[in-house]
Each structure stands twice: as structure tokens, then as C-alpha cells.
Design a binder for this molecule. Sequence first.
Ligand SMILES: [Zn+2]
Length: 410
Amino acid sequence: MIVCSLSRVAGLGALGLSEPADRVRLVHLRYRFRVYPTVPQRSALARTFGCVRTVFNDAVAARKAAHREGLAYPSTAVLDKLLITEAKRTPERAWLAEVSTVPLQQALRDCHAAWRNFFDSVSGKRAGGRVGPPRFKRRSHTQAARYTRRGFSVKANGRLYVAKVGDLRVAWSRELSADPSSVTIIKTATGKYYASFVVAVDDGADLLEPVADPDTETGIDLGLKAFAVLRGGKTIENPKFFAQMERRLKKAQRALSRKQRGSANRVGARLKVAKIHERIRNRRDDWLHKQVAALVGENQALYVEDLCVQGLSRGRAAKSIQDAALGRFLTLLESKAARAGRTFAKVDRLFPSTRLCSACGALTGPKGLEGLGVRVWECGCGAVHDRDGNAEINIRREGKRLVAAGLADT
Ligand SMILES: [Zn+2]
């Protein structure tokens, strides 16, 4: 029932040596299945989740303390020794020895990755919205423990062996496309258990990191002013080169129109226009790929408003770079989300995401062309809304409803 094409993944390492690096690319797909642990397995998992949370929180605290004292950030290797190996010998942390070390070490890696994302976001190295520093994990939230190959295996009888927990019963709803490189056991806030496998497959796509919190999701309100507005008011601005390239293109087009038909000058001018178009496509696609990779990398579910791209340009003769980019963005996002096993839904473009009050559900928001300039509005119910933030909430809500009702395309 589970076909794991081991050879495909195992062969990639060898391939990497003989082929140019850019020819062999891996994409990480995520597969999530419901798991039904027995009562003893549930308590073993509860202990594991508790230890993972403790180690993660100890690591956050250790890094914060180092920062306060002006010391260098302790490396993961140092924290591994301090917070796992040595902590097990202390009376306060002796219980860490009752669970597998594998998810504890993964907790340190996750913490490190969270700091790195935060610093990259601050320094502008990371595309997409701003990322906050890692926060302490709480018991009330979704619980998770991640195991690398050392800590789990899929048995021939279909059970999932997890170190120091046992053989878990899994509801396999589809096939894994290859041998998984890691599994995260998740307990949701509602008490359901899931196994989330990461499978690396060869693909032309960018490498995807698994989402740390599988319940992250965002609506995406696409652009009038900004390129897109995400959950919590995070914004993807239109890059400056959109306007720059548009000016250059217009200038080259004007020059072309002035050239005599059949002249050598006209051939040269046409080539110049074509080159600018090509440059726009390349830079735009490069930028879009980065935005899409960040969005899909950070969110387990993505809900976006389907666009009537022509309607957006509102009478402008030619499609602007932004309008063309929005259409392309939707295509890239949908395919990347599908390949990464993310939940994805497009909300009908006639859905009144802007007009709907996300607090009371009345259609009191700005409407039509007259309403285009309205950034902030107040509903009769007393709620004051940022136009785009309100739309994002409505899109996310409607997307979730479509998925729950089985009406989403994917
Ligand atoms: Zn209202």
C-alpha cells in the first residue's frame, strides 16, 4: 500500500557528484495522515511533547540570556550538550532521559532555524513578510515532535514505529511518493494526532523547508496599493523595479514608434523593446519565485482571491507589469502549493472580500470605483477596519469554508 521508491532518492546523492549542481534539485513534499495512538502511546507522546517543549524553551531562554550579557549566540552543538546531555543528569531535567533524544535535538535545530529566519528577516536577506523572534512554546498550542530517520521507520505491516513510543496505527489515505526523510507527530489543540512526513523528490522547484507549525495559514489579498496583504497585516510591497522597468519600456516603445518602417533603425529599436520585455519577465519571475517560495515555505494553508486581472487595470490601455505579475503569481502559487502538499483554495472573484465586515458579516465596506480610495472604514456595528486587513480575514475565512465543504479545486 505504501510504495516507497527508495532508489529515486538514494540515487540523487550519487547523481549530484556527476551532474552539474543546478541539474539536480530536491523539493520537499509534505504528507499528513491521521494517527490513532493507544492509551499508553498517548502518554508516551505527551511526555515527548513536554520534553520537546522544554528543550525548545530552554534554548530560546539560553540565547536570550546570551544576548542580554553581550555574549555570542551559543551554537546548537553547545546547546545539545548543555540542554540535553548534561541536563539529563540534573534532578530538574532527569525526565528528559525518558524520551527519545532525536526529537529533542530536532527542537534545537528548529529553534536555531527560527532565530536564523528572524535575523535574515531583520537584515532583509529573507524575502516575504517580517518574521518575529522565536517565542516560548505553550502547552495549550499544537504539540509536535519531529523525528529524523534515526527515530522512526515505516514497517512492512503499515505501522509507523516511533522511538520510545511504539508502533502507531496510521490511516494511510494516499501513497508516499518516496521514502520519507523525517516525520513530525502532531497533536492538535482539539486532541487529534497526525503524522506529517517530509519526502524529498527530484524536482525543478526550489528546496522547501517543512513548516514548523502545521496550522499556519494565511489569506492573500492581492493588490491595488501593495502587491499583496497577508495575515496580520504583513505586506508584500511592489518592488521598485516594476515602476523603473515600466518607464524604460514606455520610452523604448515611443522610440520604436518614431522609426521609419523597414529601416535598420526600426529593427534595432524593436530588438531593444524585446530585450526590455525579456528582462522584465526574468526579473519579475525571479522575484515572484522568491515570494511564492516564502509563502509556501511558511504556511500550511493558503487562501487567495481569484483575480480578474484585466478588471484590475481599470481602463489602462496596456497591462501594467504589476497586473501581469499578479496573474503569474497565482499560477506559480497554485502549482507550488500543490507540489508541497499545502492546502490551497481560490476564492471566487465575485466574493465581496472588501465590502464584507469581518466582524458582523454585513456588506458595509467600500464599494466600486468610488470606494477605491477608502483605506480605513467603520461598519455600523462599530468595527473599524483597515481595508486590506479586513479583506484578508474574509478571504481566509471563505477559503477555509470552501476547503471544509470540499469545494476547493485542490
Ligand atoms: Zn460590522
